[in-house]
Ligand binder design. Sequence first.
Ligand SMILES: Cc1cc2nc3c(=O)[nH]c(=O)nc-3n(C[C@H](O)[C@H](O)[C@H](O)COP(=O)(O)OP(=O)(O)OC[C@H]3O[C@@H](n4cnc5c(N)ncnc54)[C@H](O)[C@@H]3O)c2cc1C
Length: 356
Amino acid sequence: MSLYGAEFLRTLKKRFGPDADVNFHPHGYLLLANEEGAPLLEDNNKLQRELGAVNVLLTKEKLKERFPYMDVSDVALGCLGLEKEGWFDPWSLLTLLKNGAKQLGAQYVTGEAVDFLFEEKSSIMVQGVDQGTYEGTNTLVVKLPNEDKCREIKFALCIIAAGCESAEVAKLARIGIGPGMLSIPLPIEKRKRYVYSFNCQGNPPSINTPMVIDHSGAYFRRDGLGGSFIAGRSPDPENEPPTDNMDVDYSYFDETVWPLIAKRVPAFNAVKVTGAWSGFYEYNTFDMNGIIGPHPYFLNMYIASGFSGHGIQQAPAVGRAVAELILDGRFQTIDLTRLGFDRLIVDKPMYEVGII
Ligand SMILES: Cc1cc2nc3c(=O)[nH]c(=O)nc-3n(C[C@H](O)[C@H](O)[C@H](O)COP(=O)(O)OP(=O)(O)OC[C@H]3O[C@@H](n4cnc5c(N)ncnc54)[C@H](O)[C@@H]3O)c2cc1C
Protein backbone atom coordinates (compact mmCIF):
# COMPACT_ATOMS: atom_id res chain seq x y z
CA MET A 1 0.00 0.00 0.00
CA SER A 2 2.83 2.37 0.82
CA LEU A 3 4.56 1.52 -2.45
CA TYR A 4 1.37 2.41 -4.28
CA GLY A 5 1.28 5.67 -2.32
CA ALA A 6 4.89 6.45 -3.36
CA GLU A 7 4.05 5.80 -7.01
CA PHE A 8 0.97 7.97 -6.69
CA LEU A 9 3.11 10.85 -5.43
CA ARG A 10 5.71 10.28 -8.15
CA THR A 11 3.03 10.63 -10.83
CA LEU A 12 1.20 13.47 -9.11
CA LYS A 13 1.73 15.98 -11.91
CA LYS A 14 0.28 13.58 -14.50
CA ARG A 15 -2.89 13.32 -12.44
CA PHE A 16 -3.28 16.84 -11.12
CA GLY A 17 -1.35 19.06 -13.56
CA PRO A 18 2.10 20.66 -13.70
CA ASP A 19 1.61 22.80 -10.58
CA ALA A 20 0.74 19.87 -8.32
CA ASP A 21 3.27 19.68 -5.52
CA VAL A 22 3.26 18.10 -2.05
CA ASN A 23 6.79 19.18 -1.11
CA PHE A 24 8.17 15.65 -1.11
CA HIS A 25 11.56 15.16 0.59
CA PRO A 26 13.11 11.91 -0.67
CA HIS A 27 15.54 11.34 2.19
CA GLY A 28 14.17 8.01 3.34
CA TYR A 29 13.60 6.53 6.76
CA LEU A 30 16.40 5.12 8.89
CA LEU A 31 15.19 2.54 11.39
CA LEU A 32 17.62 1.65 14.14
CA ALA A 33 17.50 -1.66 16.04
CA ASN A 34 19.31 -2.86 19.13
CA GLU A 35 20.47 -6.49 19.50
CA GLU A 36 16.99 -7.60 20.48
CA GLY A 37 15.21 -5.88 17.59
CA ALA A 38 17.78 -6.70 14.88
CA PRO A 39 16.21 -10.03 13.71
CA LEU A 40 12.82 -8.33 13.21
CA LEU A 41 14.46 -5.50 11.27
CA GLU A 42 16.18 -8.07 9.05
CA ASP A 43 12.89 -9.89 8.44
CA ASN A 44 11.08 -6.65 7.62
CA ASN A 45 13.87 -5.60 5.26
CA LYS A 46 13.67 -8.94 3.44
CA LEU A 47 9.89 -8.80 3.09
CA GLN A 48 9.91 -5.18 1.95
CA ARG A 49 12.61 -5.84 -0.64
CA GLU A 50 10.68 -8.84 -1.96
CA LEU A 51 7.69 -6.55 -2.42
CA GLY A 52 9.69 -3.92 -4.33
CA ALA A 53 10.91 -1.51 -1.66
CA VAL A 54 14.49 -0.34 -2.07
CA ASN A 55 16.16 -0.33 1.32
CA VAL A 56 19.45 -1.50 2.68
CA LEU A 57 20.67 -2.95 5.98
CA LEU A 58 23.59 -1.09 7.58
CA THR A 59 25.89 -2.52 10.23
CA LYS A 60 27.09 -0.39 13.13
CA GLU A 61 30.31 0.37 11.20
CA LYS A 62 28.42 1.42 8.09
CA LEU A 63 26.09 3.57 10.19
CA LYS A 64 29.08 5.32 11.78
CA GLU A 65 30.62 5.96 8.38
CA ARG A 66 27.41 7.26 6.82
CA PHE A 67 26.04 9.23 9.77
CA PRO A 68 29.08 10.50 11.69
CA TYR A 69 26.89 12.88 13.73
CA MET A 70 25.13 9.94 15.40
CA ASP A 71 26.19 7.96 18.44
CA VAL A 72 25.39 4.37 17.45
CA SER A 73 27.18 2.65 20.33
CA ASP A 74 23.94 0.90 21.43
CA VAL A 75 22.72 0.17 17.88
CA ALA A 76 23.13 -3.26 16.30
CA LEU A 77 21.60 -2.68 12.87
CA GLY A 78 20.00 0.01 10.74
CA CYS A 79 17.70 -0.13 7.74
CA LEU A 80 17.73 2.82 5.35
CA GLY A 81 15.19 3.45 2.61
CA LEU A 82 16.98 4.48 -0.57
CA GLU A 83 13.98 5.05 -2.81
CA LYS A 84 10.22 5.66 -2.51
CA GLU A 85 10.54 6.91 1.05
CA GLY A 86 10.44 10.34 2.55
CA TRP A 87 8.02 12.91 3.88
CA PHE A 88 5.64 15.39 2.34
CA ASP A 89 2.89 17.86 3.16
CA PRO A 90 -0.32 15.87 3.70
CA TRP A 91 -2.49 18.99 3.65
CA SER A 92 -1.35 19.72 0.07
CA LEU A 93 -2.21 16.15 -0.94
CA LEU A 94 -5.66 16.44 0.66
CA THR A 95 -6.26 19.73 -1.16
CA LEU A 96 -5.20 18.24 -4.50
CA LEU A 97 -7.48 15.24 -4.03
CA LYS A 98 -10.38 17.38 -2.93
CA ASN A 99 -10.04 19.81 -5.83
CA GLY A 100 -9.57 16.90 -8.26
CA ALA A 101 -12.76 15.26 -6.98
CA LYS A 102 -14.64 18.56 -7.25
CA GLN A 103 -13.57 18.90 -10.86
CA LEU A 104 -14.99 15.44 -11.49
CA GLY A 105 -18.31 16.48 -9.98
CA ALA A 106 -18.01 15.62 -6.28
CA GLN A 107 -19.85 17.91 -3.91
CA TYR A 108 -18.52 18.51 -0.39
CA VAL A 109 -20.71 19.40 2.58
CA THR A 110 -19.06 20.42 5.83
CA GLY A 111 -21.11 19.18 8.74
CA GLU A 112 -21.21 16.74 11.62
CA ALA A 113 -22.83 13.33 11.16
CA VAL A 114 -25.10 12.99 14.20
CA ASP A 115 -27.41 10.08 13.33
CA PHE A 116 -28.63 7.55 10.78
CA LEU A 117 -32.33 6.92 10.13
CA PHE A 118 -33.34 3.26 9.85
CA GLU A 119 -36.10 1.50 7.99
CA GLU A 120 -37.18 -2.11 8.05
CA LYS A 121 -36.75 -3.70 4.64
CA SER A 122 -39.11 -6.64 4.69
CA SER A 123 -37.93 -7.91 1.30
CA ILE A 124 -34.40 -8.58 2.63
CA MET A 125 -33.42 -11.39 4.98
CA VAL A 126 -30.04 -11.41 6.74
CA GLN A 127 -28.28 -14.14 8.59
CA GLY A 128 -26.51 -13.37 11.85
CA VAL A 129 -29.14 -11.11 13.41
CA ASP A 130 -31.66 -12.29 15.98
CA GLN A 131 -34.91 -11.55 14.27
CA GLY A 132 -33.82 -12.22 10.67
CA THR A 133 -35.33 -9.02 9.35
CA TYR A 134 -33.09 -6.37 7.87
CA GLU A 135 -33.21 -2.81 9.09
CA GLY A 136 -31.21 -0.74 6.67
CA THR A 137 -30.32 2.89 6.40
CA ASN A 138 -29.91 5.27 3.53
CA THR A 139 -30.31 8.51 5.44
CA LEU A 140 -27.67 10.38 7.38
CA VAL A 141 -28.61 13.19 9.74
CA VAL A 142 -26.13 16.04 9.59
CA LYS A 143 -25.64 19.12 11.73
CA LEU A 144 -24.33 21.99 9.65
CA PRO A 145 -22.24 24.75 11.19
CA ASN A 146 -24.29 27.81 12.19
CA GLU A 147 -27.61 26.01 11.81
CA ASP A 148 -29.77 24.82 14.70
CA LYS A 149 -31.82 22.45 12.62
CA CYS A 150 -30.33 19.19 11.36
CA ARG A 151 -30.57 18.16 7.74
CA GLU A 152 -30.94 14.76 6.14
CA ILE A 153 -28.71 13.42 3.39
CA LYS A 154 -29.97 10.44 1.39
CA PHE A 155 -27.24 8.08 0.28
CA ALA A 156 -26.87 5.06 -1.92
CA LEU A 157 -23.56 4.15 -0.28
CA CYS A 158 -21.91 5.36 2.90
CA ILE A 159 -18.24 5.09 3.79
CA ILE A 160 -17.31 5.49 7.44
CA ALA A 161 -13.94 7.23 7.28
CA ALA A 162 -14.14 9.52 10.30
CA GLY A 163 -10.63 8.93 11.63
CA CYS A 164 -10.47 8.73 15.41
CA GLU A 165 -14.26 9.34 15.58
CA SER A 166 -15.06 6.34 13.36
CA ALA A 167 -16.21 4.08 16.21
CA GLU A 168 -18.61 6.80 17.39
CA VAL A 169 -20.00 7.32 13.89
CA ALA A 170 -20.27 3.53 13.49
CA LYS A 171 -22.29 3.41 16.72
CA LEU A 172 -24.78 5.82 15.18
CA ALA A 173 -25.24 3.08 12.57
CA ARG A 174 -25.71 0.57 15.46
CA ILE A 175 -22.32 -1.02 14.75
CA GLY A 176 -21.18 -2.23 18.15
CA ILE A 177 -24.54 -1.81 19.88
CA GLY A 178 -26.97 -3.83 17.75
CA PRO A 179 -27.78 -7.55 17.80
CA GLY A 180 -25.78 -10.37 16.13
CA MET A 181 -23.23 -9.11 13.65
CA LEU A 182 -23.95 -5.58 14.79
CA SER A 183 -22.69 -6.40 18.28
CA ILE A 184 -19.07 -6.23 17.09
CA PRO A 185 -17.76 -2.69 17.59
CA LEU A 186 -15.29 -0.89 15.40
CA PRO A 187 -12.22 -1.19 17.66
CA ILE A 188 -10.91 2.33 17.03
CA GLU A 189 -9.87 4.67 19.82
CA LYS A 190 -8.35 8.13 20.03
CA ARG A 191 -4.72 8.15 21.12
CA LYS A 192 -3.12 11.55 21.61
CA ARG A 193 0.33 12.08 20.09
CA TYR A 194 2.63 15.10 20.42
CA VAL A 195 5.01 16.48 17.81
CA TYR A 196 7.67 18.97 18.93
CA SER A 197 9.66 21.30 16.72
CA PHE A 198 13.04 22.59 17.76
CA ASN A 199 16.14 24.35 16.53
CA CYS A 200 19.50 22.69 16.89
CA GLN A 201 21.74 25.32 18.47
CA GLY A 202 25.04 23.66 17.60
CA ASN A 203 26.20 22.10 14.35
CA PRO A 204 23.04 20.41 13.00
CA PRO A 205 23.07 17.01 11.26
CA SER A 206 23.53 17.21 7.51
CA ILE A 207 20.97 18.34 4.93
CA ASN A 208 20.27 14.78 3.76
CA THR A 209 19.49 13.45 7.24
CA PRO A 210 16.81 10.77 6.89
CA MET A 211 13.79 10.46 9.16
CA VAL A 212 15.36 8.54 12.03
CA ILE A 213 13.30 6.08 14.04
CA ASP A 214 15.22 5.04 17.07
CA HIS A 215 14.89 1.69 18.83
CA SER A 216 13.64 3.62 21.86
CA GLY A 217 10.56 4.63 19.82
CA ALA A 218 11.72 8.26 19.53
CA TYR A 219 11.92 9.75 16.05
CA PHE A 220 13.22 12.95 14.50
CA ARG A 221 13.61 14.50 11.09
CA ARG A 222 14.73 17.72 9.56
CA ASP A 223 12.08 20.39 8.98
CA GLY A 224 13.41 22.74 6.32
CA LEU A 225 17.03 23.61 5.75
CA GLY A 226 17.81 25.97 8.63
CA GLY A 227 18.66 23.60 11.47
CA SER A 228 15.01 23.02 12.42
CA PHE A 229 13.77 19.55 13.31
CA ILE A 230 10.64 17.83 14.53
CA ALA A 231 10.60 14.92 16.97
CA GLY A 232 8.27 12.80 19.03
CA ARG A 233 7.62 9.44 20.61
CA SER A 234 4.41 7.53 21.32
CA PRO A 235 3.82 7.39 25.08
CA ASP A 236 4.07 4.04 26.84
CA PRO A 237 0.64 2.30 26.94
CA GLU A 238 0.35 2.76 30.72
CA ASN A 239 0.87 6.51 30.34
CA GLU A 240 -1.53 7.38 27.50
CA PRO A 241 -2.47 11.07 27.87
CA PRO A 242 -6.14 12.14 28.21
CA THR A 243 -8.05 12.52 24.94
CA ASP A 244 -10.66 15.04 26.08
CA ASN A 245 -8.42 17.96 25.10
CA MET A 246 -5.68 18.84 22.61
CA ASP A 247 -3.26 20.24 25.21
CA VAL A 248 0.43 19.63 24.61
CA ASP A 249 2.57 18.26 27.40
CA TYR A 250 5.92 20.04 27.03
CA SER A 251 7.40 18.14 29.96
CA TYR A 252 7.10 14.97 27.86
CA PHE A 253 9.66 16.46 25.48
CA ASP A 254 12.00 17.56 28.26
CA GLU A 255 11.82 14.35 30.24
CA THR A 256 11.37 11.66 27.60
CA VAL A 257 11.91 12.68 23.98
CA TRP A 258 14.86 15.04 24.31
CA PRO A 259 17.13 12.71 26.36
CA LEU A 260 16.55 9.94 23.78
CA ILE A 261 17.31 12.02 20.69
CA ALA A 262 20.22 13.82 22.38
CA LYS A 263 21.73 10.43 23.20
CA ARG A 264 21.46 9.52 19.50
CA VAL A 265 22.67 12.88 18.14
CA PRO A 266 24.96 14.63 20.64
CA ALA A 267 24.44 17.97 18.80
CA PHE A 268 20.83 17.82 20.07
CA ASN A 269 22.10 18.41 23.60
CA ALA A 270 21.68 22.11 22.77
CA VAL A 271 18.20 22.67 21.34
CA LYS A 272 15.55 25.36 21.58
CA VAL A 273 11.95 24.18 21.38
CA THR A 274 10.11 26.40 18.91
CA GLY A 275 6.64 24.86 18.95
CA ALA A 276 4.55 21.74 19.40
CA TRP A 277 1.17 20.32 18.48
CA SER A 278 -0.99 17.34 19.29
CA GLY A 279 -3.18 15.10 17.15
CA PHE A 280 -5.15 11.91 17.59
CA TYR A 281 -4.11 8.57 16.14
CA GLU A 282 -7.17 6.58 15.00
CA TYR A 283 -5.83 3.62 16.90
CA ASN A 284 -7.14 0.17 16.05
CA THR A 285 -6.86 -1.66 19.38
CA PHE A 286 -7.43 -5.04 17.66
CA ASP A 287 -4.27 -5.17 15.53
CA MET A 288 -3.13 -1.59 14.76
CA ASN A 289 -4.03 -1.80 11.06
CA GLY A 290 -6.63 -0.22 8.83
CA ILE A 291 -10.10 -1.75 8.55
CA ILE A 292 -11.11 -1.50 4.91
CA GLY A 293 -14.14 -2.79 3.03
CA PRO A 294 -17.84 -3.52 3.36
CA HIS A 295 -19.56 -3.97 6.69
CA PRO A 296 -20.94 -7.54 6.77
CA TYR A 297 -24.42 -6.51 7.92
CA PHE A 298 -25.23 -3.48 5.82
CA LEU A 299 -25.63 -3.76 2.08
CA ASN A 300 -24.50 -0.19 1.49
CA MET A 301 -21.94 0.63 4.14
CA TYR A 302 -18.15 0.55 3.87
CA ILE A 303 -15.42 1.25 6.38
CA ALA A 304 -12.03 2.85 5.73
CA SER A 305 -10.43 3.71 9.05
CA GLY A 306 -8.21 2.62 11.92
CA PHE A 307 -4.83 3.23 10.29
CA SER A 308 -3.21 3.74 13.68
CA GLY A 309 -0.76 6.46 12.75
CA HIS A 310 0.24 5.29 9.25
CA GLY A 311 -2.82 6.35 7.29
CA ILE A 312 -1.27 9.12 5.24
CA GLN A 313 1.21 6.91 3.47
CA GLN A 314 -1.58 4.39 2.79
CA ALA A 315 -4.26 6.92 1.82
CA PRO A 316 -3.88 6.74 -1.99
CA ALA A 317 -4.06 2.92 -1.87
CA VAL A 318 -7.07 2.97 0.44
CA GLY A 319 -8.88 5.43 -1.82
CA ARG A 320 -8.13 3.35 -4.87
CA ALA A 321 -9.16 0.09 -3.19
CA VAL A 322 -12.47 1.42 -1.84
CA ALA A 323 -13.28 3.00 -5.22
CA GLU A 324 -12.68 -0.37 -6.90
CA LEU A 325 -14.87 -2.18 -4.38
CA ILE A 326 -17.68 0.23 -5.12
CA LEU A 327 -17.30 0.55 -8.89
CA ASP A 328 -16.07 -2.92 -9.82
CA GLY A 329 -17.43 -4.95 -6.93
CA ARG A 330 -13.97 -6.27 -6.05
CA PHE A 331 -10.36 -5.25 -5.51
CA GLN A 332 -8.45 -4.90 -8.79
CA THR A 333 -5.12 -3.16 -8.17
CA ILE A 334 -4.31 -4.38 -4.69
CA ASP A 335 -6.16 -7.08 -2.76
CA LEU A 336 -6.98 -5.77 0.71
CA THR A 337 -9.35 -8.60 1.65
CA ARG A 338 -7.20 -9.41 4.69
CA LEU A 339 -7.83 -5.93 6.06
CA GLY A 340 -11.61 -6.39 5.99
CA PHE A 341 -14.04 -6.17 8.92
CA ASP A 342 -14.43 -9.97 8.75
CA ARG A 343 -11.13 -10.47 10.55
CA LEU A 344 -12.78 -9.00 13.66
CA ILE A 345 -15.58 -11.58 13.44
CA VAL A 346 -13.29 -14.57 12.99
CA ASP A 347 -10.76 -13.12 15.46
CA LYS A 348 -7.83 -13.15 13.02
CA PRO A 349 -5.71 -10.08 13.80
CA MET A 350 -3.16 -8.88 11.26
CA TYR A 351 -0.73 -7.20 13.61
CA GLU A 352 1.30 -4.19 12.55
CA VAL A 353 4.63 -4.44 14.31
CA GLY A 354 6.28 -1.37 12.83
CA ILE A 355 4.03 1.23 14.46
CA ILE A 356 5.74 4.42 15.61
C1 LIG B 1 0.88 13.43 15.31
C2 LIG B 1 0.56 12.52 14.17
C3 LIG B 1 1.54 12.15 13.28
C4 LIG B 1 1.25 11.30 12.21
N1 LIG B 1 2.24 10.97 11.34
C5 LIG B 1 1.97 10.17 10.30
C6 LIG B 1 2.99 9.79 9.37
O1 LIG B 1 4.15 10.19 9.52
N2 LIG B 1 2.68 8.98 8.35
C7 LIG B 1 1.41 8.50 8.18
O2 LIG B 1 1.19 7.77 7.23
N3 LIG B 1 0.42 8.83 9.02
C8 LIG B 1 0.67 9.64 10.09
N4 LIG B 1 -0.32 9.95 10.98
C9 LIG B 1 -1.62 9.29 10.85
C10 LIG B 1 -2.52 9.94 9.87
O3 LIG B 1 -2.70 11.30 10.16
C11 LIG B 1 -3.87 9.22 9.90
O4 LIG B 1 -3.65 7.82 9.81
C12 LIG B 1 -4.72 9.71 8.75
O5 LIG B 1 -4.94 11.09 8.82
C13 LIG B 1 -6.06 9.00 8.81
O6 LIG B 1 -6.83 9.47 7.75
P1 LIG B 1 -8.38 9.30 7.81
O7 LIG B 1 -8.90 9.93 6.56
O8 LIG B 1 -8.75 7.90 8.13
O9 LIG B 1 -8.86 10.17 9.09
P2 LIG B 1 -8.73 11.74 9.32
O10 LIG B 1 -7.60 12.32 8.55
O11 LIG B 1 -8.74 11.91 10.80
O12 LIG B 1 -10.08 12.30 8.71
C14 LIG B 1 -11.32 12.01 9.33
C15 LIG B 1 -12.28 13.13 9.00
O13 LIG B 1 -13.57 12.79 9.50
C16 LIG B 1 -14.14 13.94 10.10
N5 LIG B 1 -15.14 13.53 11.09
C17 LIG B 1 -14.97 12.92 12.28
N6 LIG B 1 -16.15 12.73 12.89
C18 LIG B 1 -17.10 13.23 12.06
C19 LIG B 1 -18.53 13.32 12.15
N7 LIG B 1 -19.24 12.87 13.19
N8 LIG B 1 -19.17 13.90 11.11
C20 LIG B 1 -18.50 14.37 10.03
N9 LIG B 1 -17.14 14.30 9.90
C21 LIG B 1 -16.48 13.73 10.91
C22 LIG B 1 -12.95 14.67 10.71
O14 LIG B 1 -13.27 16.01 10.94
C23 LIG B 1 -11.90 14.47 9.65
O15 LIG B 1 -11.97 15.47 8.67
C24 LIG B 1 -0.07 10.80 12.05
C25 LIG B 1 -1.07 11.18 12.95
C26 LIG B 1 -0.77 12.03 14.00
C27 LIG B 1 -1.86 12.40 14.98
